[in-house]
Design a protein around this ligand. Structure first.
Ligand SMILES: *Cc1c(COP(=O)(O)O)cnc(C)c1O
Length: 361
């Protein structure tokens, strides 16, 4: 193995990704995260073949690292002098780390109510951060920010890193490696439950399985299930109403990472659901929090709320008969628990931690 780790993590699939030459490759060890079988929750639900893909174990704690590694590698390959983007937190934390690694400045626009722990994770890498009024709940502002990032990037020869196929189609190819890994370890599952904000994660996972169907590495597609907060269920409502476009509306969801009132990859989400025989499902934030806690208590998996919405979606789909108890189901645990310290505080505030002397033990 070379110093650059070509041949490990997402780079095991380098020949299926956009070309990056050896000297431009930027990596921190992203990808190749564990796929673990449920030990308790699946049994209790009557869904024994339930698996969790632990994207929370990537270097900065979310699957965004797969994209950032490829984005910064491509930026160096193409001689870009900085990167610029927008984020609800995780993409920013990830790009900030990889930009620091690559030695490039990073300008990033965030929502005003960004979770402090995510903001700090961006700032430790000395990224240039700007808070934008209204971003994250007003759909017009979101659209305008995306367009401004694109314009500024083009004008300055900067790399635009918005983690959506609509804005960074080459870097987003890295998301497919999630599916390549699942296929290698498990074969094609019956269903994959994916949290959805902008839709890029879901579109990339579907695209990875589609590629393998075309190349003959897989003989069928898994059903892809789009899991959104009912406070920001623009795609799920559009799907249920048969519109094939999002139902617009502001976001009232309290779940960081999936508060995207104007999902840039909406079209790709709808075609993924159609092609795979999948569906959309909207979850109350309370349900997501509940399953976040159970993942921690019953499985030892500490994820942020967005990382647990897929499990909430799988439970609801089983109750509604959209999947069967015999199905092999993969839930994408997209982000790590330490990212949202608000939630950690709520989850632990009733814990009693007595102060004792050593001889009272
Ligand atoms: C970015 C993110 C999502 C949503 O991904 P999209 O591609 O925007 O749909 C979900 N969970 C976590 C933890 C994320 O960081």
């Amino acid at each position: 193995m070379s110093m650059n780790n070509r041949g490990s993590g997402i780079w095991l699939y380098a020949e299926r990704l956009p070309h990056v030459s050896e000297q431009h490759l930027v990596t921190l060890g992203e990808g190749r995260v564990p796929l673990v079988r449920s030990w308790r929750i699946g049994e209790k639900l009557g869904l024994p073949n339930l698996y969790f893909k632990l994207e929370s174990l990537n270097p900065t704690g979310s699957y965004k690292d797969r994209i950032s590694a490829l984005a910064l590698s491509l930026a160096r390959e193409q001689g870009k002098t900085a990167c610029i983007g927008t984020t609800s937190g995780n993409a920013g934390a990830s790009v900030a780390a990889y930009a620091a690694r690559a030695g490039l400045p990073y300008h990033v626009y965030v929502q005003e109510n960004i979770i402090q722990s995510k903001l700090e994770q961006i700032l430790v890498h000395h990224a240039h951060v700007y808070k934008v009024e209204g971003m994250g709940f007003n759909s017009q502002v979101g659209q305008q920010v995306f367009e401004n990032v694109r314009t500024k990037a083009a004008a300055n020869n900067w790399e635009a890193v918005i983690t959506a196929f609509a804005y960074a189609p080459q870097a987003m190819e890295a998301v497919k490696t999630i599916s390549f890994e699942i296929q290698e370890e498990l074969g094609t599952p019956d269903a994959v439950f994916v949290p959805v904000g902008g839709g890029g994660l879901l579109a990339g996972i579907h695209s990875g399985f589609s590629d393998m169907l075309v190349s003959g590495q897989a003989s069928r597609l898994p059903k892809i299930a789009a899991c959104q907060s009912s406070g920001c269920a623009n795609l799920v409502r559009g799907w249920e109403q048969g519109l094939n476009k999002p139902v617009p509306g502001d976001s009232t969801s309290l779940i960081s990472g999936i508060q995207v009132p104007n999902p840039p990859d909406a079209d790709l989400v709808f075609s993924a659901l159609r092609e795979s025989g999948g569906f959309g499902t909207a979850l109350q934030d309370e349900a997501t929090w509940h399953w976040q806690e159970l993942l921690a208590v019953e499985e030892g998996i500490f994820c942020e709320p967005a990382g647990a919405i897929g499990l909430a979606g799988a439970v609801q789909a089983l109750q509604e008969g959209r999947i069967s108890g015999n199905d092999t189901v993969v839930v994408i645990i997209s982000g790590a628990g330490y990212k949202d310290v608000h939630r950690t505080k709520v989850m632990t505030e009733h814990a009693h931690v007595p102060i004792i002397s050593a001889n009272e033990m």
